[in-house]
Design a protein. Structure first.
Length: 143
């Protein structure tokens, strides 16, 4: 399974937002520059992340984006489901495959895809952003 660039960028945006101050709104142009990606494509990703409730988007001169919920509340599987156009690993209908009536490949690949996404559900954005590690270091520094 290879995720689309759209989902890849979604994870990058979310991880970047974890690393930022929760109150600061981050501009899309800042993220595009950091990751050296097209602002036009990144804007589409950000729009979808906002529609699905992972981030808050604020328009205008002082606008930007930030996480809508805590990073430990965002399942990686939920991000994959929200960002991927389809989770069907193959399309047996176009062009129509003559083997379809007797072929079990599609059901096996669908099972594998379900296992992949279920595994992603076991992890959160906090798990991949190292946010908990930074918080632990701050707590240790206070002691």
């Amino acid at each position: 399974m290879q995720l689309t660039r759209h989902t890849d960028y979604a994870f990058r945006v979310l991880i970047y937002l974890c690393d930022e101050n929760r109150e600061r709104l981050v501009r899309a142009s800042e993220i595009a520059e950091v990751f050296d990606v097209s602002l036009h494509h990144l804007s589409k990703v950000i729009h979808q992340l906002g529609r699905t409730g992972f981030i808050i988007t604020v328009r205008g001169k002082h606008g930007g984006i930030k996480l809508a919920v805590e990073s430990q509340e965002i399942s990686l599987g939920a991000v994959v489901r929200a960002m991927e156009a389809t989770l069907n690993p193959i399309n047996c209908d176009e062009p129509e495959c003559r083997l379809s009536p007797n072929c079990r490949l599609k059901s096996i690949l669908n099972d594998a895809m379900e296992a992949f996404v279920n595994t992603m559900d076991k992890y959160t954005l906090a798990d991949i952003s190292q946010q908990e590690v930074r918080e632990l270091l701050v707590i240790q520094a206070r002691v």
